[in-house]
Design a protein. Structure first.
Lengths: 144, 144, 144, 144, 144, 144
């Protein structure tokens, strides 16, 4: 079997990818699968590994609940910077798994201490766009 | 008092925030306060801490003059990358506290040595936009 | 009052710092306060702001429980890289607020997806040192 | 001579810059020289050093062939993040020196292991734009 | 099968891991497997995914030869910074797959243009240690 | 001449390197030249470009005084992280060009706002080592 491990069209890898897509659709709705669809035209292998590895192998592990995984993910993506497209997907996922808008902006404020205010600001403005598209807002925010 | 330290609506924190906003308006004119106004709709606490901590507590300290603080800030924001919105605010602030366009682009050229040419290029093109909106240009630049 | 806002020896700032030190000692035991003590010899103002701002103003906010803050913090520090000293303090804090060794290494494995394997490896080996000093280990790990 | 070393208008530096521009035009066609032209209006010295140092001094060195240099460069720019403008220039250069679209997206998939999936995704979507403007596509990609 | 995808002790995952370990031992000799052995005591799952995913799924793909993968990897790890342990493993791997010491230090010099001199310096000094343990040196270097 | 531009042993490049070494010795005393000497055994070309480009071409430019260059450099190196060896050289250089220990730690405190507290902490502890080797200390620090 090992000779075919890298073959993303093998039955085993198709199963892994489909399982990852199931995990992804549970937490992300449409935004995550849209990314993988967009990759079909440029790098199907990257799309495969996002689904099969990132979501099928890792995200689905029982060691952390979905809420905890999203908190870690928001911390990472805020700190890395330049990941606004991915951060928006995961802010949507965070809402889907039960984090509130208040908790999400609080996590970003918390990030300012460790990653600096510019990263926290960029993340917060990215979250704002997602909140608006979901029709939600933090309770503490003033009406716009 | 300690139970209320995190309450951004307390009298003490309102004083701290207002002082920070005074510092900010002295150096930034409108660009910085516009960021804090935009945060009111999404994360008022982040806006509070930008004003109260970043400008009221730190920027206002006497240990470095405003010109020196802006040189450090330009170095940091150029190096971090992905902070073009914040860099534009601080390029404007740098002009306001007396750095010349020549000095600002020189600091960015200097950054290329330590942070690499892509960061220096992105910073320089961000500065170009600010210079144009302020109607200034480096003396060494050819007319466009 | 605003003229003295930057004076870390003022009564108000002493109160803020002491409150932050209380928050810090609750979650960190000795490791965090040791950092602030070490700063007394080089940058007391940096020590003040770690205590007063990072812990007194931000960490103590009610918007996220301590467990959630530590998950976000582990994500950030893993992603930033080069923050092993701070990561060790926060791995200890994570244990103190109830995260298990299994959850901590799981958060670092999760980080590999977004920040890459080298960052996850460095964080995991830093956690290993803290676990050893606390006499704990992940349940899934083989005895050394 | 040393007093004039920093003078980018000296004969020696003009020679160095022109040689760098020759190297650049060999590998990049128009995209790279367009960046240097754009710098004339804001930081001619930065443009000089991109040409004279980055391309004339370093890129032209015989120790690595052009294909190898582009592989290293794609790895660096993918990992740094926030360098999409520079990455696009170098994806074009990679095509010009003989790397195929399949090899370029493979290098970016490889980068996901070390720099994380968000950086690999951003790089791949940047490459997609360059491929489209060159009228090429990876062989494994599905028709759009 | 999908319910067991995250189970690293399943037959399928054991096969994937063993294949990855074979790939790793081909290119890395002992240094890489030593890392995975060290992970057994702290995060066996991280060790599994380094082997099964990073080497079994990705490194083994036919789209880039081993020499090209190592050039990309050196670029990434130099740029990220703080990855000296991983960089040393991959400098050893680079030697094993046929890159010369001259090519490796040339790739790091090239990195200075894009990631700055400090990253290039740190990488070069890390390479020096690996070269010494392999009893090799760049031809251009002066005898120590 | 262009065929020899990359030849670091040419007369022109030897002149450029020697001029850079003069600039470096003016600001750094021994620490900087020790780095270049160490490179002779591993990457003489990297040492050449540190001297000829970083110091001869850039640092020596008249557009910013040495004090301003060191402020920018401290900001960059603090923000990048993982550059403690280079930061120590430049803290020493900063002292040599007239920045006081108080100004240096103030610049690092200022960096906490933009690059986060962990980067500021690491930089400050690196500065502490340099101050001790120079026999100086910030005036605000308590005796150790």
């Amino acid at each position: 079997m090992s000779t075919a491990q890298h073959d993303i069209a093998s039955t085993g890898n198709l199963d892994r990818r489909n399982h990852g897509l199931d995990v992804l659709s549970t937490i992300d709705g449409h935004a995550g699968t849209a990314v993988i669809d967009a990759l079909a035209e440029i790098s199907p292998a990257l799309g495969h590994h996002v689904a099969a590895f990132a979501f099928g192998d890792i995200y689905d592990r029982p060691g952390l609940d979905a809420r905890s995984r999203q908190l870690v993910t928001i911390g990472i993506l805020t700190a890395l910077g330049g990941c606004e497209p991915q951060l928006k997907v995961h802010v949507g996922a965070a809402l889907n798994v039960g984090l509130t808008p208040d908790e999400i902006v609080e996590a970003m404020l918390h990030s300012a201490v460790y990653a600096g205010f510019p990263r926290a600001l960029n993340a917060t403005f990215a979250a704002k766009e997602v909140f608006e598209s979901h029709g939600v807002r933090p309770s503490a925010a003033s009406p716009s």
